[in-house]
Write a protein that binds this ligand. Structure first.
Ligand SMILES: Nc1ncnc2c1ncn2[C@@H]1O[C@H](COP(=O)(O)OP(=O)(O)OP(=O)(O)O)[C@@H](O)[C@H]1O
Ligand SMILES: [Mg+2]
Length: 316
């Protein structure tokens, strides 16, 4: 049984007549990188604010690290780090002074803070410019500093709201690599709101997709693909095209739902992965020259667009 560090039950937030978050049930395990995906205005930032006790829900329950953000907001925020959409840094101060300032705000003991500031400046490649005013930094440097700032009190959970938005590809990749480091080397729990599906695919163990305040899907990308496309797809690469009889014999194998032939590529849909050996046997018996058999992969982008299309279909 995983240790849930974030749990919500029927979490709901209205702004007047607008329902920003509706009946959201979430469970996020310690050490997990959870991607929170959804179009503009879907309710991602509102959810992050609710989870950190910055905003109170209209209805529903929340537990973050076993605490209730509604009544124990400061205690929650002591143990979470948040990178907001527009990071608040003190531009007239240097990177080093910003980190000291926020560390003191969080009551990090002075000797721990001194060590941590230098570690973070080094990790985020800011040491050389650490005493320059933040106002003189590039956007990528500011974003790295904002990430360092969110980590200054060594939080158990890190909330990142679009950490690579507006960065050039190189700066974005650098931030993505830092997040990967925080997850893999430091085993931090990360709640990542993003529009960048390639980044989400690379970083996230599981994703949740929100649309107009409703959580429409949660799971690993593989689980979501399986739910959408029912069954298990495999692709087979052959040395030469199959005969029509061989294709016909393949269709008769138990559990084969669909066969698509594209010259020397076969795309086969099975009711479950365990059918793969029988399919390979049937192919060999039919005289096929098999070069490769691999699971058919659906990108997170395919999955995301299909979920959004289904959600639109369901609501009209
Ligand atoms: N303080 C507020 N007052 C009124 N409406 C709000 C407030 N905050 C958010 N909303 C509305 O709630 C909805 C969800 O907004 P939210 O910022 O959570 O979306 P988001 O998924 O983060 O979008 P984006 O990808 O654009 O950042 C939007 O319709 C937004 O206009
Ligand atoms: Mg947002």
């Amino acid at each position: 049984m995983p240790e849930w560090v974030i749990e919500t039950r029927r979490l709901t937030r209205h702004f007047g007549a607008l329902v920003a978050v509706h009946d959201v049930n979430l469970q996020i395990a310690r050490g997990e990188v959870f991607g929170f995906l959804g179009p503009n205005g879907a309710g991602k930032t509102t959810t992050v604010r609710l989870l950190n006790g910055v905003l109170n829900p209209t209805a529903g329950e929340i537990r973050v690290l076993g605490l209730d953000p509604i009544s124990q907001g400061p205690a929650v925020r002591r143990r979470t780090g948040v990178l907001t959409e527009s990071p608040a840094l003190y531009e007239p101060l240097s990177a080093r002074d910003n980190l000291f300032l926020f560390g003191e705000l969080y009551d990090v003991p002075p000797d721990v803070l001194r060590r941590r500031v230098e570690e973070l400046l080094a990790m985020f490649e800011l040491s050389a410019r650490a005493d320059d005013k933040v106002a003189s930094y590039s956007k990528g440097m500011k974003q790295r500093l904002a990430l360092a700032r969110a980590l200054i009190h060594a939080p158990d959970i890190l909330f990142l709201d679009e950490p690579t938005a507006g960065l050039d590809p190189e700066a974005a990749r650098q931030v993505t690599e830092l997040i990967e480091h925080l997850s893999q080397e430091e085993r931090r729990t990360i709640f990542l709101c993003t529009h960048n599906l390639v980044e989400a695919e690379r970083l996230c163990d599981r994703v949740g997709v929100i649309n107009r305040g409703e959580l429409i899907a949660v799971g690993t990308p593989e689980e979501l693909a399986q739910r959408i496309w029912h069954g298990h797809g495999i692709s087979v690469r052959l040395g030469r095209p199959l005969s029509a009889e061989a294709v016909a014999s393949l269709v008769r194998v138990e559990g084969v739902a669909q066969v698509e032939v594209d010259d020397t590529e076969l795309h086969i849909l099975l009711d479950e992965e365990g059918r793969t050996p029988a399919v390979v046997r049937a192919l060999v018996e039919a005289g096929a020259e098999i070069y490769a058999v691999k699971p058919r992969e659906h990108s997170l982008e395919d999955i995301y667009f299909q979920l959004q299309a289904d959600a639109r279909g369901g609501s009209t």
